[in-house]
Design a protein. Sequence first.
Length: 687
Amino acid sequence: MNGLNLPIQYLKGVGPKKASLLKKLGIQTVKDALYYLPFQYEDRRNKKNIFDIKPGEIVTVQGHIVQINELKTKTNLSIIEAIISDSTGYLKAKWFNQLYLKKILKEKQKIKIFGKAQIDWREAYIEIVNPEYEIAETLNSQNQEIVPVYRLTEGISQRQMQSIMQAAVEFGIPLIQEPLPEKLIKKLNFPHINEALKSVHFPPHDVDIKALNEKNSLFHKRIIFDELFLLQLGILMMKQNRICEEGISFKPEGKLLKKFLENLPFQLTMAQQKVIKEILQDMEKPTPMNRLLQGDVGSGKTVVALAAMLAAIECGYQAALMAPTEILAEQHYLNISSLVKGLPVNVLIFTSTYNKHANLIASGTANLIIGTHALIQQNVHFKNLGLVVIDEQHRFGVIQRAMLKKKGLNPDTLVMTATPIPRTMALTVYGDLDYSVLDELPRGRKPVLTKVIEPENKKLVYKMIEEEVKTGGQVYVVYPLIEESEVMDLKSATQGYEGLQKLFPQYRVGLLHGKMPPKQREEIMKEFRSGSIHILVATTVIEVGVDVPNATLMIITHAERFGLSQLHQLRGRVGRGPRPSKCILLPYKLTEEAKLRLKAIVNYSDGFKIAEEDMKIRGPGELFGVKQSGMPDLKVADLIKDQSLLEVARKEAEIILRESLNLSSYPKIRALLEEFWKDKTEIFMTA
Ligand code: ADP
Ligand code: MG
């Protein structure tokens, strides 16, 4: 066994009891300990003569103990008090409730203490309460002046942790081999890994404490770089593997697309034209396309996807569009069916409820198939699937997509999302994808006036609904539906529906939720689309993709329970026609975080800004499904803070892979890579 993987229990001074505590911190081996970095550092370099100390200063004082007293407070706490002297004066060190110090501290002993100085006014002494201390015979060998502070767990003190780390460093550092080539280290001006790891725990005296505390020191950078480098190597190798795969080269004549565009009731935006071109060029390549299309809510991604699907169909292949919900699949089905009317295309919907016609997919009679996950999960066979489009799906990470492909199909893939992806995320969770952006909305889109209204003023909302319908608009009233409380939520949606029916007997109110039979749902959507239903009460089933341009008022009840991107998606259901639109948020219980979300949605309409706010509020992991994506855990790197290092790591990973395709010339890096990606390694390792 490699010594670095020595179970921590066997390290000097640890033992089984402490080992089980350390396990709680994620430390099981010596190597884990080395990568368990301090979360801050204490600067004990501010050595002062006692005479010069001012109250309030954090200082290190070196002297000897003149006298030790044991006292009690009025509340019966014990105090150990040591009078310490250097050649310039005296001060008092006081420890509360640490009687064992009686055995450790002795008069005449040399001692170094560290802490915040204050004045004991009664006795006009400088005193330091509960200082850190080192006595002469235990002064650690390096006489550490910048002291690491670790996050602890109950049962281990800071002092113990520091000495465990000291032991880990002494034992482990000599065993560490430098994985990076010398020229790379020189180029980036990094320290060697053993120096970096040692210094990050026990920094040299001359280091910039601020950089240490911000985890920005060269030592930190080197360690973070290594992690990001392994991350990027894995992702790039996945991408490379794909490039080596054989896919379909689509070379359509273009007649079908031309006819489609002529039939289209509007002009494509410049962005749509540009992106369609990018996609068609990519599809022409003999390697499988793996492309992410990002475009804000309402930017017209469907038409772009349709253009790509028509290219595949013209070449004699089937194309499939996969949506996250049945409602959205239905909506796409209706919308797309009408857009391709008159073209030689057979559109079929296939979901867990519309599941009768698998034979038409197998025979190839249906060539444009729209569905849900049922398409991949069930035993559906395609005759010749050439293109897969995944709509509104940012929860699919690298791993899932790769697994999907490993199922045997090797079609081109287009993943569409409304959530803008910051560059760091694009380089990681989506790092193996090519990227297109629709950065322009179709003309005539109007911003949606967004307002928070307190539930006490509900009457105001009823008035707005009345006004909207009277003047020819339509209204959504949305209720949250969250799995844990599904039954209750459905009840509140149903009650809301009944209430509105009573309030507006002159209008038609509809109810839509995911538990309804699809036929009924379809009927309701049809009636809402045609305008015969005026007010649609719905659960979040309408969150994505639903498109009824005459709907101009969106009421979101319990707005505090929705995530920011959900709110943005919901609001995106209005503002799609010529009438000005409004979105009303009705919050009930506001947490601090919910307040931030509502503020963001009121202030911003741009999806990019909103995603940025979301990332600030929740952190990037949650937002982009890093967890669901199956990415390895990052121990030291932070995808937001370390963005620039990530870019560097990406670049260097590209360079090294160009030089040595499967890292065969870098066996040490390759071994680390396999350790880092663990069971996922097979995805990018061909051999
Ligand atoms: P999203 O990107 O949110 O999926 P959709 O594809 O649903 O957007 O498009 C939103 C609406 O805009 C649809 O009604 C669609 O027909 C319409 N649309 C798409 N492209 C254009 C365009 N270039 N000009 C006008 N309307 C468009
Ligand atoms: Mg859409």
